[in-house]
Design a protein around this ligand. Structure first.
Ligand code: FAD
Ligand code: NAD
Length: 462
């Protein structure tokens, strides 16, 4: 096939890569994007979107089952709800397909050339693209590595058969009777809780002393309580061994146990997706298993950039997108570097956890004298009308000038507060800015204003 020359080559069309390519195209940079699978990457095809679709289905089914069981606390009666997971997966796949076409269309609209195939480095300016059509050589002035990540596999629990990665769990067409989830982090809890709501008997096996160890215990306590209500068993300080005859071997401080597990979902983190990329040809500097980058996402080789999950934690779609947008601007000759005040994170558990900026401990560790205050949803009218009184909003601010350093919340529907949280931190808001802003009533967002008022010493509704 004819060799291609371009200004910018983006390898991988996940959220990092496709945003980078779209923005570069918009800025007039001649851009090619190469993707070996479908556009949208992990996030769109087997990550963010499918998992949130499954969580929604599970929540709907769970509510219906609660109404059937409790005789309808809201005056709604439902009898014998059933779940057809195959139909739900079809619905989810339909959303994914629409988004696949959407991304392909956006790339085209921006004037980006999309190639389906696997890219392998020859040198820092050249890749070979292998596809069903054959091999094609591509030379680029600048190259962006956006090849994402894949799930970590445990030696005793290789993927296949009853041992599932998140990708396989999101494609199940029947709810397993028993499910062991190894790793109580983001994915394990989001998907594990969803399957518990769909009717599986779920056990979480977490190596650390508690679930979601990346969050403080105030934030995770409501999630731990909900797991208990759902009948999910949580084994902490626990390590999974082999799986045989529908049972998983689990080692804890107290000895070993064989727990019932028709399926085992392994979610113990993700590792960079370098397979087939020929990265050895470049000898790039690494930071642990990830590519080392500077504040412009440059690797140690001139004009080779890296964005998204290949650059390490936090492995989040919106971080990858922001990096992609920045690199596109740099490729178009604009000045710029990473100057974001925060990267919000949301754990779509029940209840949802959202964090932006520093939590109280991190703020103190960074040398700040802080004041911090929370406002509980049990004192929020809107939360009561939603039957969602669990949780709180917390603010962390500097003691001296009241600059907001961090905002956190746990509660139903909290994901939607992430936009406000990051905007406030990005804009350098102070407690008074939030306290004196009119927050519409009745909304859960009023808890944010009340937390700021509480930090100033005069909450109104508690
Ligand atoms: P990816 O999305 O992994 O895309 C990389 C692309 O590169 C892939 O399409 C791959 O096929 C392609 N590729 C790899 N090698 C080559 C090659 N040699 N040639 C051509 N193409 C190649 N993040 C959130 O922010 N919110 C969430 O709610 C969320 N939920 C998640 C749920 C699950 C179950 C999982 C697994 C992840 C979730 N994430 C979430 C994380 C999010 O999916 C990733 O952070 C994000 O997809 C990273 O984007 P990326 O562009 O770096 O890489
Ligand atoms: P994670 O790092 O969130 O959680 C992994 C968990 O597994 C940790 O709690 C860890 O202590 C535990 N663990 C590690 N080895 C273990 C072992 N041998 N036995 C038992 N437990 C073990 O990783 P993840 O859940 O796989 O998610 C990967 C990445 O995907 C995350 O870093 C996150 O950035 C991203 N993600 C984000 C979202 C979101 O934004 N809502 C959702 C899903 C995934």
């Amino acid at each position: 096939m004819e060799p291609i020359e371009t200004d910018l080559l983006v390898i991988g069309a996940g959220p990092g890569g496709y945003v980078c390519a779209i923005r570069a195209g918009q800025l007039g940079v001649s851009t090619v994007i190469v993707e070996r699978n479908r556009p949208g990457g992990t996030c769109l095809n087997v990550g963010c979107i499918p998992s949130k679709a499954l969580i929604h289905v599970a929540e709907q089914f769970h509510i219906a089952r609660l109404q059937a069981r409790d005789g309808g606390a809201l005056g709604i009666s439902v009898s014998d709800p059933r779940i057809d997971l195959a139909a739900a997966v079809d619905w989810k796949d339909g959303i994914v397909s629409r988004l696949n076409s959407g991304v392909a269309g956006l790339l085209k609209k921006a004037g980006v050339k999309s190639i389906q195939g696997e890219a392998r480095f020859i040198d820092g300016k050249t890749v070979m693209i292998r596809s069903e059509m054959g091999e094609q050589r591509l030379t680029a002035r600048r190259i962006v590595i956006a090849t994402g990540s894949r799930p970590v596999e445990l030696p005793d629990l290789p993927f296949g058969g009853a041992i599932l990665s998140s990708t396989q769990a999101l494609a199940l067409t029947a709810v397993p009777r028993t499910l062991a989830v190894v790793g109580g982090g983001y994915i394990g809890l989001e998907i594990g809780m969803a399957f518990a709501k769909l009717g599986a008997k779920v056990t979480i096996v977490e190596a650390e002393a508690r679930i979601l160890p990346q969050y403080d215990t105030d934030l995770t306590k409501p999630v731990a309580e909900r797991l208990k209500e759902l009948g999910v068993r949580v084994m902490t300080g626990a390590r999974a061994g082999g799986h045989a005859k529908g049972r998983l071997n689990v080692e804890t401080g107290g000895g070993s146990e064989r727990i019932a597990a028709e399926k085992v979902l392994v979610t113990v983190g993700r590792t960079p997706g370098f397979d087939g990329l020929g990265l050895d040809e470049l000898s790039l500097a690494m930071s642990g298993p990830f590519l080392r980058i500077d504040e412009q996402c440059r690797t140690s080789m001139r004009d080779v950039f890296a964005i998204g999950d290949v650059t390490g934690e936090p492995m989040l779609a919106h971080r990858a997108m922001a990096q992609g947008e920045m690199v596109a601007a740099i490729a178009a000759g604009r000045p710029g570097g990473w100057d974001k005040a925060c990267i919000p994170a949301i754990c779509f558990t029940d209840p949802e956890i959202v964090t932006a900026g520093l939590d109280p401990e991190a703020a103190r560790a960074a040398g700040h004298a802080v004041r911090t205050a929370s406002f509980p949803f049990r004192a929020n009218g809107r939360a009561m009308t939603l039957g969602a009184e669990t949780g709180f909003v917390r603010v962390v601010a500097r003691e001296d000038n009241h600059l907001i350093l961090g905002l956190q919340a746990v509660g139903a529907g909290m994901a939607e507060l992430a936009a406000a949280f990051s905007a406030l931190i990005e804009m350098g808001a102070r407690l008074e800015d939030v306290a004196e802003t009119i927050h519409a009533h009745p909304t859960q967002g009023e808890a944010l204003q009340e937390a700021a008022l509480a930090a100033l010493g005069h909450p109104l509704h508690i």
